[in-house]
Design a protein around this ligand. Structure first.
Ligand SMILES: Cc1cn([C@H]2C[C@H](O)[C@@H](COP(=O)(O)OP(=O)(O)O[C@H]3O[C@@H](C)C(=O)[C@@H](O)[C@H]3O)O2)c(=O)[nH]c1=O
Length: 188
């Protein structure tokens, strides 16, 4: 597994090796024992999949409040996305900063989004299939969304606002500047 840091130290890009042959390839997309040896051990408990038909489908920016906060390991099995993580741990030296990575079926890159970060993505191709593991179960009452395009965030999504498709929940989400984060920064 190639592990690359991003501009936010706790957000990593993990790219597994692909063993190619005449049939195609084989790849370990997650190996708990090997990741524990790197200090990035996470006990995932749920696997998720979402299909987005149209390019410009934007899901985010999402979180679950503590004690149901989730770390996520996100990858793309078909198509591509621009995947975004925003540090919203109150007191963090990088509070409000974001990183964006293109994840595609082709590049095999996976984004490791820790607890205390908002997460969202916009699809770049039709019929994009996103797979992600989470380390805490779904809890509808703890589920939250922050508006994707808020002042104070200025995320470069790489798509025009007019071309974005949102869920009703995400369209009605509070603006970043009006939202109070439930996450606290704990220095390592
Ligand atoms: C996230 C989730 C949703 N659901 C249900 C609730 C709802 O009826 C339906 C669709 O949910 P949503 O509209 O929240 O789906 P979606 O907008 O795809 O939400 C996801 O977006 C990405 C960016 C994330 O980071 C995920 O954690 C998750 O928040 O699926 C579950 O049953 N389990 C789950 O874990």
């Amino acid at each position: 597994m190639d592990i690359r840091a991003t501009d936010l130290p706790d957000v990593k890009v993990l790219t597994p090796r692909r063993f190619g042959d005449a049939r195609g390839y084989f790849s370990e997309t997650w190996n708990a024992a090997r990741m524990a040896a790197t200090g990035l051990s996470t006990e995932f408990v749920q696997d998720n999949e979402s299909l987005s038909a149209k390019p410009g489908t934007l899901r985010g920016l999402h979180y679950q409040s503590p004690p149901f906060a989730q770390s996520k390991l996100v990858r793309v099995a078909r198509g591509s996305v621009r995947d975004v993580a925003v540090d919203v741990r109150r007191g963090s030296p990088t509070y409000g900063r974001w990183v964006a990575e293109v994840l595609s079926a082709e590049n095999a890159a996976q984004l490791l989004v820790p607890r205390g970060f908002l997460h969202g993505f916009v699809t770049l191709e039709p019929d994009t299939l996103v797979l992600y593991k989470v380390d805490n179960g779904y809890d509808a009452a703890s589920d939250g969304s922050v508006f994707w395009n808020g002042a104070g965030l200025d995320i470069d999504w790489g798509v025009a606002a007019a071309d974005v498709t949102l869920s009703d929940k995400d369209r009605a989400a509070p603006a970043f500047q009006d939202w109070v984060s439930p996450f606290e920064y704990v220095a390592a």
